[in-house]
Design a protein around this ligand. Sequence first.
Ligand code: HEC
Ligand SMILES: [Cu+2]
Length: 314
Amino acid sequence: MNTWLRDLFLPSAASIKAQSVDDLFMFILWLNIIFFILIAGLTILFCIQYKRRSANQKTAHIEHHTVLELTWTVLPLILCLIVFFWGFNTYMQAGVAPDGAMEIQVTAKKWIWSFGYPDGSVAIGKLWVPVNKPVRLIMHSEDVLHAFFVPGFRIKQDVLPNRYTETWFHATQVGDYVIPCTEYCGKGHSEMKAVVKVVSQQDYEKFLEEGDPDEKGLPPEKLGATLYVNLGCSTCHSIDGTKGQGPSWKGIWSAQHKMVDGKSFLVDENYIRTSILQPQQMIVEGFEGIMPSYQGQIRERQLVALIAYIKSLK
Ligand code: HEC
Ligand SMILES: [Cu+2]
């Protein structure tokens, strides 16, 4: 019964924490259902039973009823205390990562999530983690407030500039779990998504060694198309000619582009490379310098692929 009701409106519980959060949630839900039926039922019953039936009919004068009054005071008090201590306990457990948890650095910036691993590798848009291991996330923002939310794990934590916040989880099922940003952070907020890839320990180690398996064996143009979405370029750049936060990529290859400082550049391999690694160096006329730098965050192969992809967008 409980599982059925839960599955009706909650995503499947894929972490240890999710289970305890859901248990408490279901307890409160049932409490509410029972009391709703009780109160609404009695209201209707009393309406019928004590309805005034003739002009001079009067209800008996009622003073008080000690047992009844004690019951409706003490019983809710006990229930509130149960919910409080249960909730407090769950909250404390949710806040403190267990000893020996693997640590991953999370960086938020408009409008991408990037993840730094213990071995120094960085992944954008995908958080690869091994199943059945506690993972502690140390998070900060490079610009405004963002919030890290994984509905499947029942964790949500604000990510702030100038200080670290943390959260942790222990995934129990292999699979993909969406991370939507849940703090309004500007024009690209609704597109600020990443995904947790929960994989086996073996696959996790393979990812650390060889990079994203989804990107392997793809020809550069295809890989570029995948990266366009995964690295968050698509939040600002269109490929059909419409102007977004940034210029569209359609047909830009080998065009002359004017910058805000009056200089002009030919769009070629080097121009695109610099645009991606040091976007502040050349700002296209008519746009603001809001593009994040991808320096140190993407591999050479990925750069080449993005260039090939942009080149192909005639
Ligand atoms: C937050 C929004 C944003 C994101 C994300 C973003 N860009 Fe940009 N990009 C811009 C803006 C704005 C400009 C124009 C201003 C400038 O040149 O810095 C630009 C300019 C460019 C240009 C030069 C385009 C031209 O017409 O001359 C290239 C190439 C480029 N970006 C590639 C990328 C790639 C590749 C990615 C993903 C890996 C990416 N951008 C992600 C906002 C973004
Ligand atoms: Cu955000």
